[in-house]
Design a binder for this molecule. Sequence first.
Ligand SMILES: Cc1cc2nc3c(=O)[nH]c(=O)nc-3n(C[C@H](O)[C@H](O)[C@H](O)COP(=O)(O)OP(=O)(O)OC[C@H]3O[C@@H](n4cnc5c(N)ncnc54)[C@H](O)[C@@H]3O)c2cc1C
Ligand SMILES: *[C@@H]1O[C@H](CO)[C@@H](O)[C@H](O)[C@H]1NC(C)=O
Ligand SMILES: *[C@@H]1O[C@H](CO)[C@@H](O)[C@H](O)[C@H]1NC(C)=O
Ligand SMILES: *[C@@H]1O[C@H](CO)[C@@H](O)[C@H](O)[C@H]1NC(C)=O
Ligand SMILES: *[C@@H]1O[C@H](CO)[C@@H](O)[C@H](O)[C@H]1NC(C)=O
Ligand SMILES: *[C@@H]1O[C@H](CO)[C@@H](O)[C@H](O)[C@H]1NC(C)=O
Ligand SMILES: *[C@@H]1O[C@H](CO)[C@@H](O)[C@H](O)[C@H]1NC(C)=O
Ligand SMILES: *[C@@H]1O[C@H](CO)[C@@H](O)[C@H](O)[C@H]1NC(C)=O
Ligand SMILES: *[C@@H]1O[C@H](CO)[C@@H](O)[C@H](O)[C@H]1NC(C)=O
Ligand SMILES: *[C@@H]1O[C@H](CO)[C@@H](O)[C@H](O)[C@H]1NC(C)=O
Ligand SMILES: *[C@@H]1O[C@H](CO)[C@@H](O)[C@H](O)[C@H]1NC(C)=O
Ligand SMILES: *[C@@H]1O[C@H](CO)[C@@H](O)[C@H](O)[C@H]1NC(C)=O
Ligand SMILES: *[C@@H]1O[C@H](CO)[C@@H](O)[C@H](O)[C@H]1NC(C)=O
Length: 594
Amino acid sequence: MCSLGRLIAFGLLAQVAVRANANPTPNNSSHSTCRAIPGLPDWPSDSSWASLNSSLSGRLFKPIPPGAVCHPDQPTFNATLCPMVQAEWLTAVFHTDDPVSAVQQNWNNDTCLPQANVTCSGEGYPIYVINATCAEHIKIGVDYARRHNIRLIVKATGHDHNGRSSAPNSLSIWTHHMNGLSFHEGFAPKGCNFSIDTHAVTAAAGSQFGEMDLQASLRNLTIVAGNSETVGPGGYLTGGGHGALSATYGMGADQVLEMEIVTPRGEILTINECQNQDLFWAIRGGGGSTFGVITSATIKAFPATPFAAVTFLVGTNTTSDAYWSVIAYILSQYPSLSGQGIAGIPFILPSFTNVELNITTPVAAYAGYFFMPLLSPSNSSATLAAAITDVFNNATAPFPGQFKVIVLPKTYPDFYAWFKDTNGPLDGGSDALVGSWLLDEKALTGDLNSLKEAIKAFTPPDSYSGPYLVSGRNVWDSVPRGGSNSINPAWRKAYLHFTNSVSWEPLDPAGKAKQEDFLTNTYTKALRDLAPDMGAYVNEADPNTPNWPHAFWGDNYSRLLDIKRKVDPHDVFWCTPCVGNERWEEVGNMLCQV
Ligand SMILES: Cc1cc2nc3c(=O)[nH]c(=O)nc-3n(C[C@H](O)[C@H](O)[C@H](O)COP(=O)(O)OP(=O)(O)OC[C@H]3O[C@@H](n4cnc5c(N)ncnc54)[C@H](O)[C@@H]3O)c2cc1C
Ligand SMILES: *[C@@H]1O[C@H](CO)[C@@H](O)[C@H](O)[C@H]1NC(C)=O
Ligand SMILES: *[C@@H]1O[C@H](CO)[C@@H](O)[C@H](O)[C@H]1NC(C)=O
Ligand SMILES: *[C@@H]1O[C@H](CO)[C@@H](O)[C@H](O)[C@H]1NC(C)=O
Ligand SMILES: *[C@@H]1O[C@H](CO)[C@@H](O)[C@H](O)[C@H]1NC(C)=O
Ligand SMILES: *[C@@H]1O[C@H](CO)[C@@H](O)[C@H](O)[C@H]1NC(C)=O
Ligand SMILES: *[C@@H]1O[C@H](CO)[C@@H](O)[C@H](O)[C@H]1NC(C)=O
Ligand SMILES: *[C@@H]1O[C@H](CO)[C@@H](O)[C@H](O)[C@H]1NC(C)=O
Ligand SMILES: *[C@@H]1O[C@H](CO)[C@@H](O)[C@H](O)[C@H]1NC(C)=O
Ligand SMILES: *[C@@H]1O[C@H](CO)[C@@H](O)[C@H](O)[C@H]1NC(C)=O
Ligand SMILES: *[C@@H]1O[C@H](CO)[C@@H](O)[C@H](O)[C@H]1NC(C)=O
Ligand SMILES: *[C@@H]1O[C@H](CO)[C@@H](O)[C@H](O)[C@H]1NC(C)=O
Ligand SMILES: *[C@@H]1O[C@H](CO)[C@@H](O)[C@H](O)[C@H]1NC(C)=O
């Protein structure tokens, strides 16, 4: 819970918060050309930071990058700890538990890798971190950053594929220790004169989906969640949020009933369909760390249902044209599969080995399509297997003897059981970028040859792509509270969220530039050309997507921008690619006005 140094301070703060509500005029905003950085005159003095620390009961700290234990020139150097850090570095959880480390190290600019032979400058990390455990801590941090012209970021887990939870020369609000889940039978949004007849769960900002899924499952409930147990609701719900159940219940952002947030002006507000409706609309899809800091979110939960899943593997020993024809045919059947209540999280691999397919030699020419798993609350294993086998048979019929298939049906008692079985701990710690595009029916069922060429071009030869069947009719028809939210309207006509990724060796600017160029100008371009009127899912997209405001938010962008200007006239929250960030740009490790 919230602990502030002196009881009296708590009382005063509560009053300030109330006053701020009544009079939300921006206070003492700086108009410097750049955000303050250490060493320049406008950076607050040590005593100023010390008094911030004391108003936070000592919850402010100067972070030391975790890789520093491997560097003899660093104060935390420890030859015993270093190999342990190196061993855990390549797991996502090491970074999601750390106050400042990003899951993709390029977002810390590779400035303190756990290797003694490279420099640990720590420049890609924040200068100060607030270990927040309650809304008041966040308010104090936001007010301080606003008044002192400090670059501000919010880190929950550091999963962000756009690097929005990392920045040099910043003050970071770290929400990891804001814990607490509470379940409701019926939910009355504050200030509304009605109650919503639904199961619901309120999650504090530091929650992560593994725990939320588990606690829901223990109550025979299920929630719309993604495929990583370490992702948190802050980034997920603000970006949109898809998962195995989105095709059944709608997007993650569509499930939100209420949030408590700290605004850029330092107000602590409840936002829902009855109060602060603009913010409520904007924050459900308009992007992380843009409209404020969510301290807790209440989302719908549903009675758990059994899950039928079918792992479906197609393998071939050739990357010939036949392989891409088969894949294109399977994707062209997504609208039909979706119509049968089927969703799935598949992968297309240009090269793989698979014991069950008797393809055990690691030959680059082997190719595979994994529909892994096919699942649906409204189907049985038998209907799923029949539907997918039918599609497979038709896809491979023109190429007798060239393809092998395995269909492994399995039924789980609920979503969580499926989740635990199929989603293990994830990798992290490398340099990578994600690309994606949403595809509608026209793109999938139009010219099969164009689809084939686009799939081929989108699937990096040394990696894989993920044609996620996670949208469809129930996402299109989903009605969020208050009538609408700000997720990319392209979701409301998409079937397929098609993702890929590129990676490179750290500290290799040329390799990085080459991969960035491939991602933007070759791989994802193929899908943009195939479906130019669609868009991409901001949380899993190429940050260099051309015209990203439109690609990520479509026609919602102008209303989002209006709201951003109203609630954050001085750009206390700035990130990229984020709504309303046009007035600032990164100049080296500084953030400066354009
Ligand atoms: C391995 C992996 C699997 C994934 N699987 C899925 C998936 O299945 N479905 C899906 O939809 N997405 C998925 N994602 C993408 C995921 O939704 C985004 O990475 C998301 O931004 C993570 O949110 P976070 O809060 O955990 O991460 P962070 O990096 O901590 O934050 C992400 C963004 O949200 C902001 N933010 C965090 N907390 C708050 C808060 N309390 N208030 C305001 N802003 C906040 C941050 O400042 C940043 O802008 C996956 C990502 C990874 C790395
Ligand atoms: C900031 O707000 C406080 C309290 O509301 C007020 O007393 C003060 O005058 C304001 N300062 C500026 C520069 O607006
Ligand atoms: C903040 O105060 C705590 C407790 O007094 C102290 O341990 C910590 O080092 C301080 N942080 C900074 C940045 O000085
Ligand atoms: C190094 O880390 C180990 C393991 O945490 C610890 O036991 C030891 O005291 C540390 N050594 C120094 C010099 O800090
Ligand atoms: C540093 O050492 C690691 C192995 O510990 C090696 O993989 C890497 O290439 C080295 N980097 C440089 C810049 O020498
Ligand atoms: C952050 O706060 C939590 C909860 O009080 C505490 O357990 C944890 O050790 C703190 N972490 C750091 C790095 O200060
Ligand atoms: C306003 O900003 C100035 C300069 O950064 C600072 O000295 C002063 O304390 C600030 N006032 C408030 C009320 O935060
Ligand atoms: C709830 O409020 C609405 C709008 O103010 C009003 O029209 C409606 O009659 C109220 N309903 C109840 C049950 O009080
Ligand atoms: C969950 O469902 C099972 C099986 O129907 C039942 O035995 C159990 O009591 C239920 N648990 C709760 C917490 O409702
Ligand atoms: C691929 O498999 C087919 C059928 O089993 C076989 O005839 C062919 O020689 C194989 N090709 C390669 C390159 O292994
Ligand atoms: C793989 O080989 C094993 C043993 O030779 C056999 O039992 C199995 O049916 C084969 N699987 C496929 C998919 O061909
Ligand atoms: C597969 O082909 C058969 C025979 O042409 C046809 O009846 C069936 O509808 C096709 N199935 C799919 C999923 O296209
Ligand atoms: C990342 O590091 C490079 C090389 O040191 C530097 O030029 C660049 O400004 C850094 N980027 C940021 C955002 O700090």
